[in-house]
Ligand binder design. Sequence first.
Ligand SMILES: *Cc1c(COP(=O)(O)O)cnc(C)c1O
Length: 456
Amino acid sequence: MSNDTPYKIYLPESALPTSWHNLRAKMKALPDPMLHPGTMQPCTKEDLLPVFCEELVDQELNTTDEYIKIPEGIQDFYKMYRPSPLVRAKWLERELDTPAEIYYKFEGNNTSGSHKLNSAAAQVYYAKEQGLTSLTTETGAGQWGTALAMACAYYRVALSVYMVKISSEQKPFRKMVMETYGASVVPSPSDTTEAGRKILAEHPTTGGSLGCAISEALETAMKTDNCRYVLGSVLNHVLLHQSVIGLETKAALEMYGIEPDIIIGCAGGGSNFGGLISPFMAEKIAGKKDYEFIAAEPASCPSFTRGRYAYDFGDTGRTTPLIKMYTLGCGFIPSPNHAGGLRYHGMSPILSKLYCDGYLKARSYIQSDVFDAAALFAKCEGTLPAPESAHAIKCALDEAVKCRETGEKKVILFGLTGTGFFDLSAYDSYNKGLLTDYAPSDADLEKSFAELIALR
Ligand SMILES: *Cc1c(COP(=O)(O)O)cnc(C)c1O
C-alpha cells in the first residue's frame, strides 16, 4: 500500500468480531491431546471439570468448530476497550530508512496494560454464568492478575491472586491496582494453604516462585465451594479468546487492501501470537496465502529454539495434566537477572504443533538487544512498550533492516502486546547499564531434559 493509509486504523465498533476463531478446526494435523498424569490417557471433560469452568473445558476440547460465538455479555466488555488500534509505524520506517511497511496491533490501551484482558473477560464471564462465586489464580509479573481483577470487578466475582512474594515486593503498584479492583492479593508462599505452609516451614525466607503460587491457587480452587482456577496463557481456550486480535487485524488490513508478508509476535506461553496469527494461519494451511510467521522469544528462556517437543507438566509443582509442547523442562528456572518477561518453560500446544510441522519459525534474542529495540521504538513511535512486546519489535526491526539491504518492499506486521509503564525498574536497570545477558548452557538444558525423559 501507499502513503495514503492512515497512521492509525480503527475499525468501527460495529465491525468488532462476534465470533472467535478456532484454528484447530483448520489444522491438517491436530496437537496431541493432554494426558492425565495418573493414567496416561487423554484428559476427558470430567477430568478437567473440578479445576476449570465447564464452558472453558468445552472450548479447550473443541477441535471442530472453526468459529465460536462470543456471547453478548463478553462483546459488551470488549466494547470498553476494543477495537484496539492498528498502527503504521511510519516514524520507525523513516528512522530505519527501509522500503518495508511496518504495522503493529497495540493491545496496551487498557488499564491492565496488555492483551491478557481479552481472555480474562471471557473466563470470568463463563464463571459467572456457571454460578461460581470466586476464582483463584497466580501471577508473577502481575499482568494476568491485573487483567483478571478488572474482569472480576466488572462481572462481580471474588478473586484471590497468589502473587510471587518477591514480585509483590518489587512491583507494589501492580498489587495496588488489583486491590483497587477489589481482588485479594496474597503474597506466595502464604500460610493460607497447605502447600504454602509446607514451603514456609522448609524455606522461611523464600521469595516464592510461580510454581509455588500455582500450587497455592490450585489448592484453594479445589478446597473452596463454587470456586475454580483460571490460567492466562498456553491453553487452547486462551488462544481462542485471543483470536479477537487477529480477526480485528485482518479486518482492518482488508479495509485498506494491505497484505502482510511477515507476521511477528513475542511468545511466552503463546497466547498473543496464537491469537494474532489464527485467521492468517488458516489461509496458509489452506494454501491460499504464503505468510511468513515468526515467534520471538528470549535467549534466556528459549522454549521453541532450544526446547524439546515432548509431554511435560505445565507447572513446576507437577500438578497439571501432561501437555505435548516445546519445553525446557518443568524444572527449568530462568535466570533471575532476566528482566524481559516471557519466562515460561513451555509453549502453547497449538503453536508447538505448527512449529513442529514447519508452519512457523522462531528466533531468540538477548535482552540488551531487546531493550535497545524498545528504546528506539519508544523514541520514534512514542509508545513505551512492555519488555515482552519488545522481542517482537526487535524481530520486526531486523526484518525491516534486511529489506533496506535487499530493496524489498515487504509488509511487516507485529503484535505490540502491552505498555511498559509497569516495568520501569527494568527500564531503569537498562538506562543505568545494569542489564546483563544470559543464556542457559547446553549442560543446563540437558539436566532439565533428563527429567522429561523420565516421564515417558
Ligand atoms: C503475558 C504477556 C506476554 C506473553 O504471554 P503470551 O501468552 O505468550 O502472549 C507478552 N506480552 C505481554 C505484555 C504480556 O503481559
